[in-house]
Design a protein around this ligand. Structure first.
Ligand SMILES: *[C@@H]1O[C@H](CO)[C@@H](O)[C@H](O)[C@H]1NC(C)=O
Ligand SMILES: *[C@@H]1O[C@H](CO)[C@@H](O)[C@H](O)[C@H]1NC(C)=O
Ligand SMILES: *[C@@H]1O[C@H](CO)[C@@H](O)[C@H](O)[C@H]1NC(C)=O
Ligand SMILES: *[C@@H]1O[C@H](CO)[C@@H](O)[C@H](O)[C@H]1NC(C)=O
Ligand SMILES: *[C@@H]1O[C@H](CO)[C@@H](O)[C@H](O)[C@H]1NC(C)=O
Ligand SMILES: *[C@@H]1O[C@H](CO)[C@@H](O)[C@H](O)[C@H]1NC(C)=O
Ligand SMILES: *[C@@H]1O[C@H](CO)[C@@H](O)[C@H](O)[C@H]1NC(C)=O
Ligand SMILES: *[C@@H]1O[C@H](CO)[C@@H](O)[C@H](O)[C@H]1NC(C)=O
Ligand SMILES: *[C@@H]1O[C@H](CO)[C@@H](O)[C@H](O)[C@H]1NC(C)=O
Length: 678
């Protein structure tokens, strides 16, 4: 509100226009509505001689975006003739790139309108951007706008971005390009979207304490729930105590598999990837766990570190994190002697939720495993978001350049981090989701924990209870709502039950014994529609077990209803996620969370890939279309709910449900099915 008044005042005292209006064949390509950017305050005009990196995002092939879902199904649907015929990265780049004609027209415009010789213009490797350095005066002439510093008072971050030179529309800043160019470009930075500047030409950035809005981190903004153990099981192969503590032996019994021989010959390339950010494992804790709970994992076993943008691990025992320790204590006993790869992302300035933290998540990770993502244009965003994502080099941390394409993605990746859909702009999530689709096309399976707050969000996120509108509407999790990854909900062996009986959805509404309520994340996206492969399962759920709540359509939750009736359903599958035995900071303890469920499921798929490698077959890639066609390879979970937003949430039911999805793994059946596919 203050900003709006400020701008109107500024406009009112501006002299009569001294410059010509943009030529009549130009259109305003992008506008900034002031209501949407209240944080940023306009300051001085940027010096005309300052050189800035200009990036012009080229619209990606429209046809490709429309066809992408079909392409993914072609390689991942069990009835498809092309099942398993994954694409190479070059094929993906080729399919999504803009046409040559479009590129040539844009280049010609730059050279004619700004006097930037074509040899100064680089076409990036992934074909998505034209890049050149220009003086601010050249850029202003190109896009018919002025460039000013903009400052974010809460974080001290500064960007330069454009403001309109003309009183065409007092309420928005905008820049202009010829109409025939406008259809070929996504957007220009700096433009309405600013670029960060570390130049001494600008004010020094000042960093204030007080972290705003960053929800990135293990679910709940905290590591998995943790509580003191009543006792440590004395016998690591005993199954009678699995209702008290889940050990590797309990997981083997639940999902019907045995550990591999520690001497088994395994493919050195079939490593299981695990994403971590701001949470770190301690080797001594891993050693204690393997020594006390397995007979086959040597002391000192550890993941291979793929450090991203300054991420480091391991840490000393006193600094160990509940998420990282949990992930490796669950996955390594399932897959050993197969390897694990740790994607430790972002320097401490950004990763620890402190001063430098931004609100975004996953983009720097995706950059590191797919260089083309660094400059990828989609849904109005090219490359990382200058406000939501970390920028490198980081004057307060990692001094290197943003890492692009430095690691080959593993065939299986487990992620136990996320936010709520409402925390990030839709375009940010859509662009990221498209990248998950491309990874699926290339044969990577991505598993994500579905969240620990049931149908709701984290208390205090938006409303007091973390729910939408007036605190009553269900809040879906992110990135889970993306249809091109596999979401894993949490199940539990209730007290007095055994691993030979069906599990139930995990639910602990009272927050005992944990400090806060824990309920398995599930529901329906407000952004992404129901994907084809899931349509029948959701229709059956609504037909046979209609939830007792009013609903709305197309994500429009502004008037009535509690959940979106035509959104992508979450989760897809489930696995145990409560009372997990771990060592943390030197002590035995128990943890709970869907954080546990994701690495369990992912590890079993890593083993399936190994068996397929032996038969000279490729990785399974995106597995949802196969699982929805063959729910019989999962243990259907029919008991339990996922409360949130003052309701009981949804209920488990025979078949798919938005609590535990299709169910937990039956390893022998899953293995047979995937081995039967080409
Ligand atoms: C541990 O439990 C297993 C399974 O109940 C049992 O066969 C074994 O004898 C037990 N070992 C010890 C040392 O008690
Ligand atoms: C592992 O990957 C490397 C590089 O991609 C390749 O050269 C090698 O043949 C692979 N090894 C196996 C056993 O697949
Ligand atoms: C667990 O293993 C560690 C060795 O890494 C050992 O020092 C510790 O005593 C064991 N704890 C128990 C309760 O057996
Ligand atoms: C296990 O390995 C660590 C190094 O990772 C070493 O410090 C420790 O002494 C080893 N413990 C045993 C029981 O071998
Ligand atoms: C671990 O502790 C030692 C001794 O206190 C210290 O020198 C070292 O920097 C610490 N390492 C990490 C990664 O924090
Ligand atoms: C929330 O809004 C709905 C629809 O406008 C209304 O029916 C309901 O009473 C409101 N609930 C609360 C707690 O304000
Ligand atoms: C809800 O909001 C959207 C856009 O914000 C609008 O298009 C739609 O008409 C609104 N729906 C209702 C029922 O008010
Ligand atoms: C670990 O256990 C020791 C001994 O019981 C205790 O003093 C210490 O506070 C515990 N550490 C943590 C982090 O719980
Ligand atoms: C069903 O789930 C509830 C919690 O929702 C639990 O209390 C109960 O023990 C479960 N029943 C069985 C048979 O596991």
């Amino acid at each position: 509100m203050r900003l709006l008044l400020f701008s109107l005042l500024a406009a009112a005292v501006e002299p009569v226009l001294s410059r010509a209006l943009p030529p009549s064949n130009h259109v305003a390509h992008e506008k900034r509505g002031y209501t949407g950017s209240g944080r940023w305050v306009k300051r001085d005009r940027v010096a005309q001689h300052l050189k800035v990196p200009v990036r012009i995002g080229l619209k990606q092939n429209k046809e490709a975006l429309e066809k992408a879902q079909t392409w993914l199904l072609e390689v991942s649907h069990p009835q498809s003739k092309k099942y398993g015929q994954h694409w190479t990265q070059d094929e993906v780049i080729e399919a999504f790139q803009p046409t040559t004609d479009a590129v040539d027209q844009v280049k010609q415009w730059i050279s004619e309108a700004a006097g930037v010789a074509t040899h100064r213009i680089t076409h990036t490797d992934n074909k998505a951007w034209l890049a050149f350095d220009a003086k601010v005066e050249e850029l202003e002439a190109l896009v018919h706008a002025e460039y000013h510093e903009h400052h974010d008072e809460s974080s001290g971050r500064a960007v330069i971005s454009c403001v309109s030179q003309f009183n065409i529309d007092r309420l928005s800043d905008q820049y202009h390009v010829p109409k025939h160019i406008s259809e070929h470009i996504d957007y220009i930075t700096p433009g309405v979207k600013g670029i960060h500047v570390h130049s001494s030409d600008l004010r020094k950035r000042s960093w204030k304490a007080g972290h705003h809005g960053g929800h990135g981190g293990p679910f709940g903004g905290q590591p998995p729930k943790r509580r003191p153990a009543p006792m440590m099981p004395k016998n690591s192969t005993e199954l009678a105590t699995c209702d008290i503590a889940i050990t590797p032996a309990c997981i083997q019994a639940l999902y019907d598999f045995k550990p591999l021989s520690p001497y088994a010959k395994v493919s050195p390339n079939n490593s299981m990837g695990i994403f971590e950010e701001g949470d770190f494992y301690a080797q001594q804790d891993l050693n204690s766990f393997f020594t006390n709970f397995t007979s086959y994992i040597p002391n000192g076993t550890h993941p291979t570190l793929d450090s991203i943008d300054g991420g480091e691990a391991p840490v000393n025992t006193s600094d160990a994190g509940g998420e990282s320790n949990l992930d490796f204590m669950l996955s390594i006993p399932i897959i050993y002697p197969q390897r694990t790869t740790l994607y430790q992302t972002d320097d401490l300035n950004y990763a620890d939720g402190g001063i430098g933290s931004t609100g975004g998540i996953f983009n720097t990770f995706l950059d590191a495993i797919d260089g083309s993502y660094c400059t990828y244009s989609a849904y109005g965003e090219t490359g990382n978001d200058p406000v939501l994502d970390p920028t490198y080099p980081d004057p307060n941390g990692y001094q290197g350049q943003l890492m692009c394409g430095v690691y080959k993605p593993t065939s299986v990746i487990s992620i136990s981090y996320g936010e709520q859909e409402q925390d990030l702009p839709a375009y940010y999530q859509e662009r990221q989701c498209n990248e998950f689709l491309k990874l699926g096309l290339q044969g990577t399976s991505i598993f994500v924990a579905s969240g620990d707050t049931g149908v709701g969000g984290l208390a205090g996120d938006g409303t007091a209870n973390g729910c939408l509108r007036n605190g009553t509407v269900f809040s879906p999790t992110q990135p889970n709502s993306c249809p091109w990854l596999t979401n894993v909900g949490a199940t539990k062996v209730y007290p007095g039950r055994t691993v030979f009986e069906p599990e139930s959805a995990v639910v602990d509404p009272a927050g005992h014994p944990y400090r806060s309520a824990f309920s398995s994340g599930g529901g329906f996206s407000n952004i992404f529609p129901i994907p084809d492969y899931q349509a029948d399962a959701i229709a059956t759920y609504f037909a046979d077990y209609n939830p007792p709540y009013p609903y709305y359509f197309d994500g429009q939750y502004n008037s009535t209803g509690l959940y979106n009736r035509n959104g992508r359903g979450i989760p897809d599958v489930a696995a145990n996620g409560d009372n997990i035995a771990v060592y943390l900071e030197g002590n035995f303890t128990l943890e709970g969370g869907t954080s546990a469920s994701s690495p369990i499921f992912a590890a079993l798929v890593n083993r399936i890939n190994e068996e397929r490698i032996k038969e000279r077959k490729g990785s399974v890639g995106f597995i949802n279309p196969v699982l929805y066609q063959h729910p019989e390879v999962l243990n259907d979970i029919v008991n339990g709910t996922n409360p949130g937003c003052g309701t009981d949430g949804f209920s488990c039911a025979p078949g798919w449900d938005p609590v535990t999805g299709l169910g937990t793994p039956n390893y022998p059946k899953m293995l047979n099915l995937f081995l039967s596919l080409p």
